[in-house]
Structures are given as structure tokens and as C-alpha cells.
Design a protein around this ligand. Sequence first.
Ligand code: BG6
Length: 516
Amino acid sequence: MNTKDQFEPTVFVIFGGAGDLTWRKLIPALFDLLRDRGLPAQFAIIAVDRIKLGDDALRRRFHDGIRQFSRLGDLKDSAWKLFASHIHYQQGDFKKPSTYTMLGAQCAELERKWGSKAHRIFYMATPPSMFGQIPKYLGNAGLTRDRAWARIVVEKPIGYDLDSARALNAILAASFEESQIFRIDHYLGKETVQNILAFRFANPLFEPIWNRRYVDYVTITVAETVGVEHRGGYYDHAGALRDMVQNHLMQLLCLVAMEPMVSFDADEIRNKKVDVLHATRPIHRDAVAQCAVRGQYASGGAGGMRMTAYRDENGVARDSRTETFVALKVFVDNWRWQDVPFYLRTGKRLPRQASEISIQFRAVPHRSFPLEASLGWQPSRLVLSIQPEEGIVLGFQAKYPGAKMQLRPVDMRFSYRGSFAAASPDAYETLLWDVMKNDATLFMRADQVEAAWELLMPVVEAWATTEPGDFPNYAAGTWGPESVQGLLEQQDHRWPQPTELANQADTRGKKRPTSE
Ligand code: BG6
């Protein structure tokens, strides 16, 4: 099902159809996707929500969302009119069986009109409290009976902890087969995240050195400049560990550390990823302080902007203990990675938006150059930059021009923008298309979600029971609490400065060696 002609009839039902996620992400992505690839005649979007809203009011809302957030941006009248004609609204309480009966009737009516059976995709763009309810109602209404034709899409967070994740997975499993369940982690839809597999396994160059013999340590950074924005209410109950580490950072860890897949089959890839989590050394409850650091931002300023403290954000408790920054040190205990530290960090209100993975290679076993030649010497480093720069930077040593042998670190860079004319689709476009194609490769499987929770539970529990005495402990606009350095300094490692990659890397080789 790759083109409009091969597109099978589909009803795309969005629970939470009048909500923010639908407006900001899902509808603009569907619009761009269907504009790029063609909108089939037998396609309908049914937005379901509690509020009273007619088809026209809903369409106006969606039009506004597309105008603001669509990647293609140009909202031609004809394209919009066509798209709008496929949108329907159904008012209904998610907790009333009648909502599902009406939905069933609407799907049946569309199928009758199209003269064909249609795929039914149920997307839960609702508050997490509904994730455990909607599948049951769908099941009771018989809407999931035909398993080859029904799919459900679940947004993160998948559970609040290991027990609730297991409970949610069990509820989903009661009405759907695992192959019908699409758990979204939007990081997996990002081009550069998918490129990790291409880079590692489509090139023979790096795989032979992608192991403990050559790699000293790995850092994974997902830094955001934004605060909690309008999501204080949700975030204050989640925190960075649940919101970012349990899903996005764990996915990145899996992709960097996994073994080569045998084929590009969804389950083969997901098996290899879950193996990483199974191999990750359990964090002992008593050792949490040695391998995990949490932080919360105080007020601060950057670039002339004054930023409020987390505790003063809307929806956040004034004495909140929720972390807005997390750093972790983990080990993957297997032949490839034994004793190589993987440092993970993420935080809000950091100085720069940057998501990147840095592979720090070991020093050469013997330095043959005279000491003065290699004063600025740095071990090679490979950076997979996910956003906002999309690309790869390899840092290595080169000879500085001149009579003397002088070594300088330089960079070799690949950028998506520079190399490819095509623009990267938004992650949601990729993921929604894959749901429609029934390709689960980029979605989280139940066992992976649970394995990630299992790993993090000692940290969750330790932090729930010990007061973070020093909160808030970093100023907005800085790189997190000072104690985070300690995680790496134990082994004389350091966090790479993302700014070096974007701005200074170009000029690194241009500086005259200091000894000349
Ligand atoms: C979401 C988190 O999953 O990812 C947000 O809930 C976070 O708190 C966002 O801001 C980051 O996504 P991106 O694509 O902007 O890096």
C-alpha cells in the first residue's frame, strides 16, 4: 500500500479529536502526508470528542492547525477542500457504550457507501487515563472483532510505572493482538533516528570498531531549551524520567547498542532492540545515587530572556519535587559493550536544543608523534546529530599545514540539508503512514516497554522515597545541576558540548597549533 491507488479503504478514528495533539500534530501530519502521497477517495477521518462541535467548526479548527503547523505550509484552497471533505465529527463520551455503537454505525455506513470493507484505525489522542478504558469499550462494541482490519494507536506514556504498564498492556491484549497495537514513540519516526540503523548496518566501515575495544564511552543527550510550556499539569506528575528517559532515550540507547538485524523485519529489529534492554545492567536500589542525577530548574536568564522557575510554571505545585533534568550512567553487559559506560541526559530549560549521540573512541594505544606535535590532541569522536542539526560529524586528527609535524583536531561532516534535496518528513507523518501500511517496525512492543520500565524502577522508587533536598538545583539556561559532572568524572570522561558541533567545529582545524 504505497501509493494512493494501492491504498485500501481506511477509517481513521481519533479519540480526542478536538484536543491539542490532534490539532497540532495529527491533522497537519495527515494533511501533509496525503498531499504528498495522494488522498484516496475511500478514506475518512472521524474525530470523536465530548464537546459539542459541528463538522464545520471542527474543519475550521483543523484548518487553523494546518496553517500553523503543516510542514508543506501552503494551504491551497483545492487541497484543503478535498481534505476537509473527508473529515467528520462525532460527539460522544468516551465512557459511554452508545459512543461506540454510533461509531460502529458510522463505520458501517462508510463501508456501505464505498462498497468495501475498510481498515479501522483507532487513535487514542486522549489523556492517559482513557488508555485503559477505550480499548475495552471498543472490544465490547465488537469493533475489534475482525482482527485483520482493526488497529489501535497508543500515545506515550505507556503506564506510570512497571505495574501500570503491565496492566495497560494486558487491557490492550484483551481486545487486540500485539500485531494490531501501535505504541507511538515519536522519536522513532525522526529521519535521523532511523538513519542510525542505516549508518551502522549499511556501511562496513564503522561496525568493526563499534565495540568495547575501540569505544571508550557513549553519551546520549536530548536537551531542550523550552520549559514545560502549557503542560505543567501533566508534567508535574510525570517528570523527565517518565516523560523522556523511559521512552525516547531508551530507544536511542537500543539503536546505538543493538546487534545487527538479520532482516528488516519489524519483529527482528524489535527483538534486537529489546535484547539491549535485557543486557543492560540492573541498577541496584542502593546504588541509584552513584548512577543517576536529577535536577529541577530555578529561574534564570539566557540571551536577555528571563525564564521562570519550574515551581512557578502554570499547573506545577509550588513545592514540586518533580525532576526536569535526568542524567544516568548505564552499562550493557554483553560481549560487545562490557564496561563501556553509556551516559544519558535530558532536561528542560538547558542552554541549547540538541539531541545527539556521541561515540567517544579510545585513545591510540601508542603516541608516536613528539609531544609538542600533539598538544591539542583529542581522541576521535563520532557524533550522530538528531536535531536541530540533522547529520553526522566525525572528529579526528590531521596534520596542520607547515614544515613541522603538528596535529590538530578537525571534523568531517555530513548534513542532511547539504546532501539531500528532499525535506525530512515530520516524525508523525512517517509514523501515521506506517500505521496505515500496517508496518510496526518503528513502534514499541509490549515487552520493550516493560523492559525499559523494569530497568528504571529502582530509580523511580528511590526518587519517590528520598527528598531531593537541593531542588531547584540548576538555573534555567544552564547545563543542569553541577553534580551531573560527577557521573563522568569518576572515569575522567566528559559531556561533549553540543555547541562545539554546530558552530565551532568548522573552525577547529583553522586555529594555529599553540606550540608553533
Ligand atoms: C515529548 C515530551 O514526548 O517529547 C515533551 O512529552 C518533549 O516533554 C518532546 O518536549 C520533545 O520532542 P521533540 O521532538 O521536540 O524533541
